[in-house]
Write a protein that binds this ligand. Structure first.
Ligand SMILES: Cc1ncc(COP(=O)(O)O)c(C=O)c1O
Length: 353
């Protein structure tokens, strides 16, 4: 589907017209701000960043990324608060994860200060199109290996481009409130074990086929990958079990993405008096838990989305009542309140613009 481009620099009345024109049910990520940031790495250093019209970039057909998948990215949100300020949620943690992904993909690491400045300048340039809460501006930094060499399967790219895209996203509350149906998959892995902590396209490419098959054959929304029978994560979110006063999720290792939403929810749950357990647990324990407990997916896009049904071994298992549970709603509200400036930012997670 073609995206829509919104004018960040336009005057307010034009912006209002655009807001009316844009379908607020547009799929996540399909509407882009008209300005993007771009910088290039060559001869051992980063160029000065440019802010230009969002659109095609020129890339050599021999570019490393096109053949050997040398790329990584991030995804996080900036929120418009009631006082009109724009607030980026946990930018430092997302950028630290991007540096880690770049190291794992052996890509030239972005200069941390330049990366932050590119993001903050871009958000400021397009601040007019940041939707009111519960909408947000989704920020997508992307790092690609651009060295032109088709014989470099085992040689890292010494050239790279860093691009920052911005995308207004609207009210996805209904997504989180419609209970999801999830296939429990124990035979196929989401990605190579040592790359789970990298946010890189190859991991998503590997999960796409199994996810489409699952959608077709079982009419599910997502696949919960459980290699060796141990619960891990879905294709685009971490997995959390909840019940009154308790939260259980898999302990961190290199095999899955260390979600910033997961981390934030664990901190808030502990503030709210939940006992928070991080450990390896199996499918059987999960199926017993959901007889009376809750399950949810945690990630930047969905925030905390309740699971209503698990499908395993050809059988359907209802999660609790089959609806989004009360603990899921409570924890989701606590996180959203901090993001949207309705609760105080006691952990200093917001960067204000
Ligand atoms: C595979 C995967 N796991 C987990 C997450 C959740 O990460 P975060 O909360 O940082 O968005 C995402 C979303 O980016 C993801 O793609």
């Amino acid at each position: 589907m073609n995206g829509v481009v919104l004018r960040g620099l336009a005057q307010n009345n034009i912006v209002r017209q655009y807001r009316r024109m844009v379908n607020k049910n547009a799929p996540f990520g399909s509407v882009l701000a008209d300005t993007m940031a771009i910088a290039h790495f060559y001869d051992g250093s980063w160029s000065v960043a440019e802010f230009r019209k969002t659109g095609p970039i020129e890339i050599h057909p021999a570019a490393h990324v096109l053949h050997y998948g040398s790329e990584c990215f991030e995804g996080f949100k900036a929120y418009r608060h009631p006082d009109g300020s724009i607030n980026i949620f946990r930018m430092e943690k997302h950028l630290a994860r991007m540096q880690q992904s770049a190291r794992l993909l052996v890509l030239p690491a972005p200069d941390p200060l330049q990366l932050q400045q590119m993001i903050m300048t871009l958000i400021d340039l397009v601040r007019n199109i940041v939707p009111e809460a519960p909408g947000a501006l989704y920020i997508r930094p992307l790092l690609i290996g651009t060295m032109a060499n088709i014989g470099a399967a085992a040689t890292p790219s010494t050239e790279a481009s860093l691009i920052i895209l911005a995308s207004p996203v609207w009210d996805y509350f209904t997504v989180g409130m419609n209970p999801l149906k999830i296939l429990v998959e124990e035979h196929i892995q989401r990605c190579a074990q040592h790359l789970g902590i990298a946010k890189t396209g190859g991991n998503y490419a590997a999960a796409m086929g199994p996810t489409l098959v699952a959608r077709r054959e079982y009419d599910v929304d997502q696949v919960l990958f459980c290699p060796d029978g141990n619960v891990q994560e879905t294709g685009a979110a971490n997995f959390i079990l909840l019940r009154k006063g308790r939260l259980l999720t898999r302990s961190l290792d290199n095999s899955f993405l260390h979600g910033v939403t997961r981390d934030s929810l664990l901190v808030l749950a502990s503030d709210m008096g939940y006992s928070v357990e991080e450990r390896v647990f199996g499918i059987q324990e999960m199926l017993e838990w959901v007889q009376t407990g809750e399950a949810a997916l945690a990630g930047t896009a969905a925030v905390l989305a309740g699971v209503g049904t698990l499908v395993h071994g050809g059988r359907k298992y209802k999660v609790g009542t089959g609806e989004v549970g009360v603990e899921t709603r409570r924890l989701r509200s606590a996180l959203v309140a901090v993001q949207q400036g309705e609760a105080s930012d006691t952990h200093h997670w917001l960067t204000r613009l």
